[in-house]
Design a protein around this ligand. Structure first.
Ligand code: FMN
Length: 345
């Protein structure tokens, strides 16, 4: 099996990670493509209409046509099928009340269903296939993978270890994103196994030992040396998220941007407090106060949405998610093209 990636899609081997919640704007995807990398749109938890509008933007409706023609990827969250402990979530909801009222927000009623727009978003991608489709949080059905490939998309599954890689390879995907626990944002883990304990190159090596697919290394890449080490371990490309968060093209909110540049934040940590699913971000007061939050994605994501939004409106970083990987110090205010150039193979 060929473990390289098609250069006409992946360019210089730098992928701007899909980043839901705002950062992955069409402008960022276009700028990354223009600089020779692969940009992504983030379809997770987005209404199908909103995703369609972003696709139209990249197709050239409101950006330069030559830019719109660059390949790009679209990422989707696969809905959760795990059982949720409703009593634990309801008890957590009570603990969120004072947090919400302190920023003038309310905690909504729980929404127990996961993203019921997932089938509509898949249909959209099948009718206007992007160059690349990637999945995280779970695996799609094998016939979904086959349909997307027939439609012309290159299909990627994100995994966090060798066991998940074996499961994903059996679905017939074209490549894997191998995500290390140093990554900013949510962990892609879907088998509930302990997080990988070694370095990113060691993780790439471990996955390379069990599957014969092109691998894309992600998580904590902050320097050209980090990228080179991942490539030396066998990665065909690198996927970088946090390093793009302060670029002018990204849709990162101002509170998140300021926190990434602020000396007030000294470490990242993993938390379930915002969404009910483990994710890494700059450690703030909310994460410390609710360090023992239960599992419950995406119910908890919806419960905290109004208080997170109110925190951003108030200009406070204390009650909003500040997703960032361990290499957040490498996130600078600079054009996306410079970030692509730094990590190019
Ligand atoms: C703000 C933010 C949002 C993210 N959203 C997504 C997402 O929607 N889908 C996804 O597959 N990964 C998401 N991730 C994880 C990235 O795909 C990638 O694994 C991670 O950014 C790599 O680590 P780094 O941030 O240290 O470069 C997100 C990461 C960040 C920082």
């Amino acid at each position: 099996m060929d473990t390289t990636l098609p250069a006409e899609l992946f360019g210089n081997g730098v992928i701007a990670a899909p980043m839901a919640g705002g950062p992955s704007s069409p402008e960022l995807a276009a700028a990354v493509g223009r600089a020779g990398g692969l940009g992504f749109l983030a379809g997770g938890l987005k209404a199908p209409e909103a995703l369609e509008a972003e696709l139209a933007t990249l197709d050239g409706a409101s950006v330069d046509r030559s830019v719109g023609l660059r390949p790009f990827g679209v990422n989707l969250f696969v809905p959760n099928t795990d059982d949720i402990d409703r009593n634990a979530v309801l008890a957590y909801r009570d603990r969120l009340q004072p947090e919400a009222s302190s920023v003038g927000a309310a905690v909504p009623e729980p929404r127990w269903a996961d993203d019921d727009a997932f089938p509509a978003k898949l249909d959209l991608l099948l009718t206007r296939p992007p160059a690349v489709v990637s999945f995280t949080f779970g695996t799609p059905r094998w016939d979904t993978v086959a349909a997307l490939r027939r439609a012309g998309s290159f299909v990627i599954q994100t995994v966090t270890g060798a066991e998940e890689a074996t499961v994903a390879a059996a679905l017939g995907v074209d490549a894997l994103v191998v995500q290390h626990p140093d990554a900013g944002g949510h962990s892609a883990a879907f088998l509930g196994l302990p997080a990988f304990a070694g370095t990113l190159p060691q993780l790439v090596d471990a996955v390379r030992g069990v599957v014969d697919l092109p691998l894309i290394a992600a998580g904590g890449i902050g320097s050209p040396d980090d990228a080179a080490a991942a490539r030396a371990a066998g990665a065909a490309a690198v996927q970088v998220g946090t390093a793009f968060l302060r670029t002018p093209e990204a849709g990162t909110n101002p509170v998140h941007r300021a926190a990434l540049a602020s000396p007030d934040f000294t470490r990242t940590a993993q938390t379930r407090a915002f969404s009910g699913r483990w994710a890494r971000g700059l450690e703030n007061g909310f994460m410390r106060r609710l360090a023992d939050a239960p599992a419950g994605y995406p119910v908890i994501h919806h419960l905290t949405a109004p208080l997170r939004a109110a925190s951003v409106r108030a200009g406070s970083p204390d009650r909003t998610s500040l997703w960032a990987g361990t290499a957040w110090g490498a996130a600078r205010e600079e054009p996306a093209a410079d970030v692509v150039g730094r990590f190019a193979g």
